[in-house]
Design a protein around this ligand. Sequence first.
Ligand code: HEC
Length: 142
Amino acid sequence: MTILRYRASIAYITIVLLALTWGAVNLAIADDVLPTEKECTQLENPNAALKGWCIVIDREKGNCLACHRIVTEKWPLALPQGGAIGPPLTAMKHRYPDKVKLREQIWNAQSGNPHSMMPPFGKYKLISEQDIDNIVEFLLTI
Ligand code: HEC
């Protein structure tokens, strides 16, 4: 009887431990790799930067990958790399200490380069002002 109870508690502890480790592993993955387009639809309470990333890769919103590669260690391997029409987006937080300049590039790329191929996302209302703020928050994490 006692042995049976002892075995049952070992099994119980093992299950609890497995459940805990599984949770920790899942959290680690979520933290190390950015979500894919599909995973973006399943996020719970994403912060501004994560929302921004999801707009960047959304083909019906930012579609930034049509023209840009994004240099980040957190790249999700399932996502194809971006294009090379624009420069690779890298080291943004160092290169844009002034957030306003970065926002302006996305709001209206023609203000920096009148012949820019980059769509003026804000000026032409291609995405919302909030979307642009979130994209800026994301870019400042790379
Ligand atoms: C049709 C192509 C195209 C798309 C789509 C596009 N860009 Fe660009 N982007 C460019 C080009 C070309 C440049 C080079 C500078 C210029 O011409 O304005 C550029 C420049 C930039 C820069 C300045 C780069 C630097 O290194 O300082 C940023 C930031 C940027 N793009 C962000 C974005 C974001 C964010 C999106 C999506 C919301 C996006 N771009 C979508 C073509 C594009």
